[in-house]
Design a protein around this ligand. Structure first.
Ligand code: 5AD
Ligand code: SF4
Length: 454
């Protein structure tokens, strides 16, 4: 009987990618990956520490597992990822039923760690060391049975920007990029396996290939653009996305390359954080609201149908009503199609956590609600404007609410729900005429089904 492993993932796409790599690595060694925590011999929690809430959630969940361990003493419980890196051995003291913590630079050591724990049954921590993870893990470990048409590729890791609120540079370490040839080879392999859409991942993805320099490159330079150019040539791939880019790295070269390459999706996640120059400065963000708008306008000029999403933090220390109004104003000016709005969460060891002018909880909550409401209204209008248009949709499969309807996404990252015909297949590009829209979803009728990709 193979040893059964359950992995729970918290946080961002990089963590999802890491989980996929861990699962692939273990499956190759004969472990079986299961979806039911009660059926598992090994429980792994791949954690996030970007906000306190994420840590609290994971700690709560791992705490509950104490009961399961009492019933099944052979159970191994491991904590990996950003929270493991952040809280380290303290986690093993606070959660004595946990067997190991493995930090962000040591994920590839999981199989050895499991073998050691089975032999020695003592708590272990692996928290130091780093870069070889890129070479040993990012050469695409996927699940043997992963037949999916979408895939993540981690092209760079770490962040050198040190925004004053952010723990990522502290737990993920310095920027390190892979070679273009290495990423292209991985993408070709994925395309040969049937992958149609790739999402390039990096904590500071537009700094790909810049060697960690925090000064934005000259306007005619962008290694990310060079990478996109190479990826665009790969047969079988039809969509390329990337996340998350820091605004200042959108050089003219990156913008014009994106506009010229037909496979690069016209949707950008462009973290704003705040619309107030004063707060941006306190956040140690390197741009002003004006500069951000300039980039948005250049991107719109190169790709008129482009859509934007963003990250916004409300209640950063010292954020006044005026600062908040500036953020509302920017949301209106840019016209985002989606926004992740976060209440500022102090992270120990970051400069903002030590600022004396922390915003009170109620104000954060109120500002959060205001932005969520306004976002909902804006997206409802944007989506209504799509009624009557024909959208190209990458088919994802039966929709969550009603399996007679299928859903997929446009290149601009809008969810489209439609009734499939008998030939409709997952991973296929179809055309859908939009007949109805809500703030979250477009609804339409299939127009033309292209022959399925082989
Ligand atoms: N508090 C709230 N939100 C945060 N983010 C990063 N650090 C914090 C924090 N301390 C948000 C930023 C970032 C996103 C991934 O998480 O908006 O872009
Ligand atoms: Fe955090 Fe700023 Fe780096 Fe993004 S760019 S990961 S917000 S430090």
């Amino acid at each position: 009987m193979p040893v059964k492993v359950f992995i729970k993932t918290y946080g961002c796409q990089m963590n999802e990618r890491d989980t996929e790599a861990i699962a692939g690595m273990l499956a190759r060694q004969g472990y079986s990956i299961v979806n039911d925590e009660n059926a598992a011999d090994i429980l792994i929690f791949n954690t996030c520490s970007v906000r306190e809430q994420a840590e609290r959630k994971a700690i709560g969940k791992i705490g509950i597992m104490k009961k399961l361990k009492k019933q099944k003493p052979h159970l191994i419980i491991g904590i990996m990822g950003c929270m493991a890196q952040n809280l380290g051995e303290k986690l093993l003291q606070d959660l004595p039923h946990a067997d190991f913590v493995i930090g962000t630079g040591r994920l590839h050591k999981l199989p050895e760690t499991l073998a050691l724990i089975r032999d020695e049954r003592r708590q272990l921590s692996l928290l130091t060391g780093g870069k070889e993870i890129l070479t040993s893990m990012d050469t695409h470990y996927r699940m043997a049975n992963a037949k999916d048409y979408q895939a993540y590729i981690a092209v760079m890791r770490g962040c050198n920007r040190f925004c004053s609120y952010c723990i990522v540079p502290h737990v993920r370490g310095r920027e390190f990029s892979r070679e273009i040839g290495d990423v292209v080879a991985e993408a070709k392999g994925l395309a040969a396996d049937g992958v149609r859409e790739i999402m390039l991942l990096g904590q500071n993805v537009a700094a790909f290939g810049l060697g960690g320099d925090t000064n934005p490159p000259p306007e005619d330079c962008s290694p990310l653009a060079d990478l996109l150019f190479e990826l665009n040539k790969i047969d079988g791939l039809c969509r390329i996305r990337f996340v998350s880019p820091y605004p200042s790295y959108f050089t003219d070269k990156l913008i014009s390359t994106m506009g010229a390459l037909e496979k690069v999706c016209h949707n950008i996640h462009l973290p704003l954080q705040s619309g107030s120059d004063r707060i941006l400065k306190k956040m140690n963000r390197q741009y002003t609201a004006g500069k951000y708008l300039e980039i948005v306008n250049k991107l719109r000029k190169a790709m008129p149908d482009i859509t934007f999403s963003t990250d916004i933090i409300v209640g950063f220390p010292g954020e006044t009503d005026e600062d908040f109004e500036a953020t509302r104003e920017m949301m209106k000016k840019v016209g985002y199609d989606n926004a992740f709005i976060f209440k500022y969460s102090p992270r120990r060891g970051t400069p903002a956590a030590a600022m004396s002018d922390q915003t009170v909880r109620d104000v954060k909550e109120e500002r959060n609600q205001i932005l969520l409401r306004e976002l909902h209204d804006y997206t409802a209008v944007h989506n209504k404007n799509c009624i009557g248009s024909i959208q190209e949709v990458l088919v994802e499969g039966p929709s969550r609410r009603n399996d007679k309807r299928w859903s997929g996404k446009t290149g601009t990252f809008k969810v489209v729900v439609f009734e499939p015909d008998k030939n409709t297949q997952r991973g296929e590009l179809v055309k859908v005429r939009i007949i109805r829209a809500t703030s979250a979803t477009l609804f339409g009728k299939l127009v033309v089904t292209e022959p399925p990709f082989k």
